[in-house]
Design a protein around this ligand. Sequence first.
Ligand SMILES: [Cu+2]
Length: 279
Amino acid sequence: MTIMIWPSPTCFSGADTRVCGLETRLEALSPVEHRDESRGSSLRGCATAFLCAILCAIPSPAATVTGHVDLVFSQDPNVRKHLDYSGVVVWLEPLDVAPTLPRAKHAEMVQKNKTFTPHVLAITVGTTVDFPNYDPIFHNAFSNYNGQIFDIGLYPPGASRSITFQREGVVRVFCNIHPAMSAVIVVLKSLHFSVSGKNGNLQIAGVPPGSYRMHVFHERATEQTLSGLKRIVEVTSEGAQLAPISVSESGYLQLPHKNKYGKDYPAATDSGAYVGPKP
Ligand SMILES: [Cu+2]
């Protein structure tokens, strides 16, 4: 009696070898075969299909992708001394399957010492970001840029506000009363990303083997530079080591941003005191 192999094409890779091995064992050990050939065949087929369905659903073992970035042609003295390669976002877009996004996730961007921390935050679409205010002064967070427009208003010390980011894109975040405060939230349709630390190292854990398109973002790199850094990456069950990524800041021009009303900040607003319109 021949038992057909589960017809799904996914059975021919990864966990499928285990499935087909179990299938063979099932055929050899089945007691049904000696009692009723046709009924046994049917039961055996069902059991095989059941096992196949379970085992085919087991994801392939995930691996870790590592890499290193550096920044070149920078005006920042710390970057020029190779002391700060932080804030480069690298993510992997699956080419074989549609990305599965988590239902709901939370992330945090703290306001402390008149600074957004982290300065660069990468999240997946649907993530809610909390903005707790740990300073003894009022703060705000808003974005008028592409990505997602939002404004969480002015809120007091010890309070927090939240925004859920539903659109893929780059969200540049500012405080309406402290012009020196800025941050970037990169909203991705990918679960597989990393933001470099000062040493430039990247680590993306839990990546299923497969083919991916690698993307790069840095706030001081032009669109053209970032587009040129895209590449195809093959991840095996052993993981992958990315070829070095060098991000040029050539062509970057830092311009003062406007407040949430699209106007210049009043001259005295960075004292910590609130001098804008009544909240
Ligand atoms: Cu502020």
